[in-house]
Design a protein around this ligand. Structure first.
Ligand code: SF4
Length: 396
């Protein structure tokens, strides 16, 4: 039986399904693991900021960056976290200057930084603009103060809107807004209002993720104890389907399970993950995928910094997938994109024909109305998109 789960994996956090052995210019991800406080749903690699650790951390990522940029040039840069804008003006300026020193910024296809509305100052926006950052991803999550408080966010809805307007004034022309839906007690009407408010701002890109309940997070304790009640899968599904219809009606192209963009504004950096192309991750817990090998840096910030300092091994995990496993991941990641993958592309990337590996699954899923496979291209149907995680499991 298929279970509704709406593609909840957030690729931007580099959970690491990846693998394309073709060599392209890689993308660069830089992880800033500090936050003001922890949101109750968060299981990302982030810690509450202590001022003394930040400069040491920046020094460490500069060393790592230096060695990475000695080997590669980059197609896109994405600075994520954590909360990159938790850095003070001097630290942010130092981070962006070190990137400018080691990366050919004018030739990047896209240069993104994540912004938490509770941490952006005018000066920081000017530093970003002057450093040629050309895409901002704002973690707004909700336009309801009640839910922002529940989730442990550090900003109000009005502060988030002010930050958006301010970034527009500074002529940032490519802004993405992150939203979360499906939190305890949220109604479909409340979610409609969030989407409405979001569209009124007219961002170029919207990521709308259904809340996930990750083991060990405070929200799971609250739902396990009955203090908060999760929505049912049916309620989550209704919200997901409404999201797709509403955003498409508002001129957003639904190009990935949870991502929507105005024409030509799809996120190029995250598309690298979805297309299994190569990327290099710098910072604590960052994943890389190069030359067919996937590896991950030490996650603990202190250990990461001290390993860089003492020139010890930074990598705590690495693997080179067997060919068939790699082919399966190529398909799983490609199916996240609403355009899916063509048979030809799949052969080029994996070395296998789709039918050779997955004939039975493709037949069954086609009959169940979950995928569309016309012998040339395979992609999820609308029904399949709503059950994406279950469909993907068939190819594992
Ligand atoms: S701001 Fe983002 S990274 Fe930081 S605790 Fe909240 S969800 Fe996690």
């Amino acid at each position: 039986m298929y279970v509704c789960s709406i593609g909840k994996t957030r690729v931007r956090k580099q959970l690491g399904l990846a693998v394309n052995i073709q060599h392209h210019i890689p993308s660069l991800y830089i992880h800033i693991p500090f936050c003001i406080s922890k949101c109750i749903y968060c299981d990302f690699n982030s810690i509450v900021m202590k001022s003394q650790a930040v400069d040491e951390y920046l020094k460490a990522i500069e060393k790592e960056l230096q060695s990475a940029t000695g080997k590669y040039s980059f197609k896109t840069v994405f600075i994520g976290g954590g909360t990159p804008t938790v850095l003070n003006e001097r630290q942010l300026s130092r981070l962006l200057s070190m990137i400018a020193k080691h990366v050919d910024v004018p030739n990047l296809e896209e240069y993104t930084i994540e912004v938490n509305p509770g941490t952006l100052s005018n000066e920081k926006a000017i530093i970003m603009k002057n450093s040629h950052v050309d895409r901002i991803s704002i973690g707004i999550q909700s336009f309801s103060d009640r839910y922002l408080k529940l989730l442990g966010r550090i900003h109000s809805a009005n502060e988030a809107k002010d930050v958006f307007f301010y970034l527009r004034e500074k002529e940032f022309k490519n802004i993405s807004i992150d939203l979360i839906y499906g939190y305890p007690a949220q109604t479909l009407n409340e979610w409609k209002r969030d989407l409405q408010e979001c569209c009124e701002l007219d961002p170029e890109h919207i990521s709308a993720y259904c809340l996930t309940y990750e083991q060990g997070t405070p929200i799971v304790k609250l739902t396990d104890s009955g203090t908060l009640n999760k929505l049912s899968e049916e309620e989550e599904l209704k919200m997901y389907e409404f999201t797709n219809d509403f955003l498409c009606d508002n001129d957003y192209n639904h190009y990935e399970i949870s991502n929507f963009a105005k024409q030509g504004k799809e996120c190029r950096h995250n598309t690298v993950y979805w297309e299994n192309r190569e990327y290099v991750g710098v910072g604590a817990g960052a994943f890389s995928y190069v030359n067919g090998e996937r590896y991950c840096n030490i996650k603990n910030v202190k250990e990461y910094v001290s390993s860089v300092k003492s020139k010890k091994e930074l990598i705590c995990f690495s693997e080179t997938l067997p060919q068939k496993k790699r082919a399966s991941e190529i398909l799983i990641m490609a199916l996240r994109m609403t355009s899916g993958i063509s048979r030809k592309e799949f052969i080029q990337r994996s070395g296998f024909d789709l039918n050779e590996l997955f004939e039975k699954q493709l037949d069954n899923l086609t009959q169940a109305g979950l995928i569309n496979f016309d012998d040339e291209r395979v992609k999820l149907t609308r029904k399949g998109l709503s059950m994406a995680d279950s469909v993907m499991m068939e190819f594992v």
